[in-house]
Design a binder for this molecule. Structure first.
Ligand code: FAD
Ligand code: 2HG
Ligand code: ZN
Length: 472
């Protein structure tokens, strides 16, 4: 990036001429400069909040002209520091929250067009208001934004059935590095006219363009659901149960979330109102949910599936949620795990995926390594087991000095990521690369893949102003 020197006074004057009140005073910005895990603290050149696509384009043209780096920020709930500017004082922080209109809901076409700054919950509610479902669901859905979801290709709790954000998106509108607008907001199910640029921008973490709006796929509203919490002796039982449930319930199986006892204990201890619904303590827990748009009896289907001889041989105990309140309680337990880990002390996090056949072996290998190498920590390896995606985290034990505990970070990361690589898995299953995993991507991605990524970056952002220092 060729940075033309520019004085702070001129930055202020020129940006105010473009955006007026859309240039924030420093008193308003402190929480925006730290990522949600508290790993990075940035020092921006300025913080801007455009109110329209035209204003985003004007900011990008300005930044391009001066060779100034631009860091897009949505809800700032990302796990990899991607939305935090660096410490140089030379990067512009661009907030998308001013673009927060639902532009169109077309129930007949099963599509919805939302501006990037709409929260995910706002999108879900707009779909529900016309009897439709937007199925993306994350623990952060009340604060993350749909633009951030696209930029990270977010996954979440319903991927097993509906796919990740890329699978839920029909089209994108984005502002390119030089301020031109890419108008890809079509709501078609089929469109093979050339390269799929929408797919390319999804998951690009602000390094190729600023996403300003998205056309999203909708589904029929959920008419029936059944939810169970299941206690298991071991992980192989969970993976076998997944195949049984898929055979019995087909695509109705929407969520299949695995938690170890450590996660259940932490959530029950650190988050108000969370309790273990099972009567005995088990080494492993599964939260699984069936859903249908037809008014069918899914409780019965789930009871039958779990009651079969094959399933009974795997299950130690199971509880079916009776009513919406108990269902919400089961989900609260699962969704409280990240907050519980934060409150318990340090959490060394890894967001990995492996083929389903390797899930049990992976957990076993890490469990043994952690028991031997990190006596002051405990493995809390949980998550979207139905997708082979695990949050392989290690929490500090009570009373442990957090700074000392951090000495485990590097050797643990190397063991986890090397193990993942040996199993042909991914070191970044759903949270992205951001700033956190730049070196890890360089280490594990095949050279040809990296070379192609650099060529794409060069083609879309030749002066390197889009989220510098992230991903590549
Ligand atoms: P931000 O954090 O603001 O930004 C993330 C990245 O996207 C940054 O690189 C940023 O520059 C870029 N970006 C943001 N908006 C735009 C835009 N409009 N155009 C271009 N680039 C942009 N993630 C999952 O995938 N699955 C989960 O289950 C999940 N659960 C979570 C639970 C909790 C409690 C929390 C705190 C987080 C969770 N996350 C999960 C992580 C996070 O919520 C997602 O990554 C989310 O998609 C980020 O959205 P955001 O708007 O907060 O983006
Ligand atoms: C989840 O699935 C999130 O709850 C957060 O992706 C994972 O905190 C984590 O490691
Ligand atoms: Zn997750």
């Amino acid at each position: 990036m060729s940075a033309t020197p520019i004085s702070a006074a001129r930055v202020e004057t020129e940006l105010r001429a473009l955006l007026g009140k859309g240039v924030l005073d420093s008193g308003q910005t402190a929480p925006l400069l730290v990522d949600q895990r508290g790993l990075y603290r940035g020092r921006p050149l300025a913080v801007v909040q455009p109110a329209s696509v035209a204003e985003v384009a004007a900011v990008l043209r300005w930044a391009h002209g001066h060779g100034i780096g631009v860091v897009p920020q949505g809800g700032n709930t990302g796990y990899c520091g991607g939305a935090t500017p660096d410490e140089s004082g030379r990067q512009l922080l661009l907030l998308l929250r001013g673009l927060n209109r639902i532009r169109e809901v077309d129930a007949e076409n099963f599509s919805l067009t939302a501006e990037a700054g709409c929260t995910l919950a706002q999108v879900q509610q707009a779909a529900a208001a016309v009897g439709r479902l937007f199925p993306l669901s994350l623990g952060s859905e009340h604060s993350c934004q749909i633009g951030g979801n696209l930029a990270t290709n977010a996954g979440g709790l319903n991927v097993l059935r509906y796919g990740m954000t890329r699978d839920l998106t029909l089209g994108v509108e984005a502002v390119l590095a030089d301020g031109r607008i890419y108008e890809g907001l079509n709501t078609l199910r089929k469109d093979n006219t050339g390269y799929d640029l929408t797919s390319l921008l999804i998951g690009s973490e602000g390094t190729l363009a600023v996403i300003t709006a998205a056309a999203l796929k909708l589904w029929p509203a959920t008419a029936a659901s059944a939810t169970a919490m299941i206690g298991l002796r071991d992980v192989p039982s969970a993976i076998q149960l997944l195949a049984l449930l898929q055979a019995a319930a087909s695509s109705r199986l929407t969520s299949f979330e695995l938690m170890p006892r450590t996660a259940v204990d932490l959530a029950s201890r650190y988050v108000d109102g969370v309790r273990d619904p099972l009567t005995l303590a088990h080494p492993w827990y599964l939260l699984c949910e069936l859903r249908s748009s037809a008014a069918e009896s899914l409780d019965e289907m789930l009871i039958q599936a779990l009651g079969s001889d094959a399933a009974q041989a795997l299950i130690a105990e199971a509880a079916l949620a009776v009513g919406e309140r108990q269902r919400a309680d089961f989900w609260r337990l699962r969704e409280s795990v990240p907050a519980a880990q934060r409150r318990a002390g340090a959490s060394l996090k890894h967001d990995i995926s492996v083929p389903l056949t390797a899930v049990a072996g992976f957990i076993d290998a890490v469990d043994r390594w952690v028991a031997q190498e990190i006596p002051d920590g405990m493995l809390v390896c949980y998550g979207h087991a139905g997708d082979g995606n695990l949050h392989c985290n290690v929490s500090s034990r009570p009373g442990v000095d957090l700074q000392t505990f951090r000495r485990h970070e590097e050797p643990l990361k190397r063991f986890v990521h090397d193990t993942v690589a040996s199993l042909h898995g991914s070191i970044s299953a759903e949270h992205g690369i951001g700033r956190l995993k730049v070196d890890e991507l360089q280490r594990y991605a095949p050279p040809v893949e990296l070379a192609l990524m650099r060529r794409i970056k060069q083609a879309l952002d030749p002066s390197g102003i889009m989220n510098p220092g992230k991903v590549l």
